[in-house]
Design a protein around this ligand. Structure first.
Ligand code: NAD
Ligand code: ZN
Length: 240
């Protein structure tokens, strides 16, 4: 059954000039980066949803930084998988290509993706809570509470936390991309975190051909084609 659907998507891609791809934590699962909602999404006794919030940071910045430093260490050792690489191949082949990722791990960039929007930020970037200055730092031995080099105030991860708004420019670009491409891939996202969760339905309404790739599909009937499987196994079969 899946072979038939894969051929259908291959044919569609061969005739397509524009592709928009939305990725979530699932695409990095096979690189060994845990998703938030799986069993491995637990850290100590906390869930990600309890730590990745502005309230948690206000209450206990050191705890939140400790969690991010643990995640940075985990991600630093990981490499892109066949799914990240297949998307680089697609970008090199299809005339108009836009990648939108909810991931903060930087693995798409490491694989070589170029036309990319990191909607939720990047775990290697930090922002001053006072003056807003942004820095990129790949160090795995940050101080317990990293401070701004300009004003000595507390730095925070430059990540969009639960309950925070997406940068308006990113949102506008993402929405426009979802409406103005012929085909959309939705890969490894649970469809729970807004606004990305609504991108597929917005694309669908605009007449875009939507393909979902996920071992536990979540778009419930909205996708034109559902490829039920792991991203790193399914994407290379599309032949790019
Ligand atoms: P999620 O953890 O809520 O859901 C993961 C999804 O991936 C699920 O639908 C699951 O069925 C699917 N999945 C699991 N293994 C897969 C595989 N091998 N191939 C394809 N799909 C697979 O993640 P989400 O929907 O991206 O949302 C959670 C939020 O957490 C996001 O905003 C993201 O910023 C953040 N997050 C990022 C990372 C990362 O950067 N790698 C990791 C965890 C969470
Ligand atoms: Zn500052």
């Amino acid at each position: 059954m899946i072979e038939e659907q894969i051929s259908l998507v291959r044919e569609r891609l061969a005739a397509t000039k524009s592709l928009v791809v939305l990725t979530g934590a699932g695409i990095s699962a096979e690189s060994g980066v845990p998703t938030f909602r799986g069993d491995e999404g637990l850290w100590k006794t906390y869930r990600a949803e309890e730590l990745a919030t502005p309230q948690a940071f206000q209450r206990d910045p050191q705890l939140v930084w400790e969690w991010y430093q643990w995640r940075r260490g985990l991600i630093a050792a990981k490499v892109p998988n066949a799914a990240h690489e297949a998307l680089v191949g697609l970008e090199q082949t299809i005339i108009q290509f836009q990648l939108i990722t909810q991931n903060v791990d930087g693995l798409h960039a490491k694989a070589g993706s170029r036309n990319m929007l990191e909607m939720h930020g990047n775990i290697w970037k930090m922002r001053c809570t006072h003056c807003g200055v942004k820095t990129e730092d790949h160090s795995l031995s940050l101080p317990a509470l990293p401070k701004c080099s300009e004003c000595d105030s507390l730095l925070r991860p430059d990540i969009v936390w639960f309950g925070e708004a997406i940068d308006g420019k990113h949102l506008e670009q993402s929405l426009s991309a979802c409406q103005n491409h012929e085909v959309m891939f939705v890969i490894g996202t649970s469809g729970v975190v807004q606004p990305a969760a609504s991108f597929a339905s917005i694309a669908k309404e605009a007449g875009v051909f939507v393909v979902e790739i996920n071992p536990a599909p979540s778009l419930s009937g909205l996708a034109d084609v559902t490829l039920s499987g792991k991203a790193a196994e399914v994407l290379p079969q599309l032949g790019f």
